[in-house]
Ligand binder design. Structure first.
Ligand SMILES: NC(=O)c1ccc[n+]([C@@H]2O[C@H](COP(=O)([O-])OP(=O)(O)OC[C@H]3O[C@@H](n4cnc5c(N)ncnc54)[C@H](O)[C@@H]3O)[C@@H](O)[C@H]2O)c1
Ligand SMILES: O=P(O)(O)OC[C@H](O)CO
Length: 331
């Protein structure tokens, strides 16, 4: 049946969706797809951690419907796959993908070893698989609650992006299409790093003005990097750029923002990460994005400062001074 069947139609009711990853975002997307009428199966590395009652040791704290199966088996031919594992583990999960089934990658970040985005990892590991990415301002618990939200599905061809955006959309979760895979993936990766900076500033008591400056200048350096990588700077003004940047730098539910808050209050990086209710992708993405920016000769002072601060080559006070002492220039 057509992958792009609109939710609520007979086709949508018959679709078989495989969600790979049972963390906060995978569980929320499984629940969302189930609401569209699709038959949903979740693959988990360790299905026992997702108990039949819906109880989980940590996040997510919402139950999945009884007819959403969670197991470590992969069906032969689902209609569509959502891959929802952290970026650093993507390459180890992709070999499990059934042959020839379109896969939408829902993670945000840069693979550290290769300094590449999720769709590049897919092209390397499973070049024959049709792929897209989903990114935007979406806290998992709000999607799980069915609250209204929007995001972007990006694929190399607009026609594919439109088809897969329709396949995931519902009356409460509106998916826009884009063919700027670089811009969309960069937006999702960079916002996590800048959210660590914003959280750190707030945790250290530097104030709301400082956070607004970090958001705005963070968007400026992300736009410069997008242009150098062949993306469209205009994409960074959209949901996967500014939308997600604002949410993650101001929403207290963000794991990346929480990571920054703890660092700003003086916690060590390991302790701060261990206390989080899930992965903070910005921690591993910071150095990867910095490497990418350096390779393209683009100045990314906020990303560089976060990367150095996380690597402990910079104290908090030195990080603050480095950003404020930069030469004055035109905005
Ligand atoms: N939580 C959100 O609100 C949200 C929203 C949008 C995007 N994302 C992105 O989605 C991705 C996943 O985030 P999450 O919130 O679900 O994280 P999470 O920490 O809640 O869960 C990660 C899941 O991946 C699994 N996992 C880890 N290593 C694995 C491996 N090697 N093989 C298989 N499974 C493995 C874990 O067991 C866990 O179930 C991240 O890239 C994140 O940035 C999250
Ligand atoms: O909790 P975070 O920081 O991973 O952010 C979650 C989503 O990416 C917000 O769009």
């Amino acid at each position: 049946m057509p992958v792009g069947a609109t939710s609520g139609t007979a086709d949508a009711m018959n679709r078989h969706i495989l969600v790979m990853g049972a963390g906060a975002w995978g569980s929320a997307l499984a629940l969302h797809m189930h609401r569209t009428g699709a038959r949903v199966q979740v693959w988990a590395r360790n299905p026992a951690s997702r108990l039949p009652s819906g109880a989980m040791p940590r996040l997510p704290d919402w139950p999945l419907p009884a007819d959403v199966t969670v197991s470590d088996t992969i069906p032969a031919k689902p209609d569509l796959i959502l891959v929802v594992v952290p970026v650093q583990h993507l390459a180890s999960v992709l070999p499990l993908l059934p042959q020839g089934v379109p896969a939408i990658l829902c993670c945000k970040g840069v693979e550290r070893a290769s300094q590449t985005f999720p769709l590049d990892v897919m092209a390397r590991v499973r070049p024959e698989c049709p792929g897209a990415v989903l990114s935007g301002p979406n806290f998992a618990h709000e999607i799980a609650a069915g609250l209204p939200a929007a995001a972007v599905v990006a694929a190399p061809r607009m026609e594919q992006a439109l088809t897969w955006a329709a396949a995931v959309s519902s009356p409460t979760f509106r998916l826009y299409a884009s063919d700027d895979c670089t811009g969309v993936q960069l937006g999702g990766a960079a916002k996590n790093v800048i959210a660590i900076a914003a959280g750190t500033a707030m945790g250290a008591g530097l104030g709301e003005n400082a956070r607004a400056a970090l958001i705005t200048r963070g968007l400026a350096e992300t736009g410069r990097l997008a242009a150098a990588l062949g993306g469209q700077p205009a994409t960074l003004a959209g949901l996967a750029g500014m939308g997600d940047l604002v949410l993650t730098c101001t929403g207290v539910a963000s794991r990346n923002y929480q990571m920054g808050l703890a660092l700003g209050r003086g916690a060590g990086a390991e302790d701060a990460a261990a206390a989080l209710p899930g992965v903070a992708e910005g921690v591993t993405t910071a150095s990867a994005l910095l490497g990418l920016a350096r390779a393209h000769g683009v100045a990314v002072p906020i990303i560089e400062t976060v990367s150095d601060f996380l690597a402990k080559t910079l104290t908090l006070e030195e990080a603050r001074s480095r950003l404020l002492d930069r030469p004055l220039k035109a905005e």
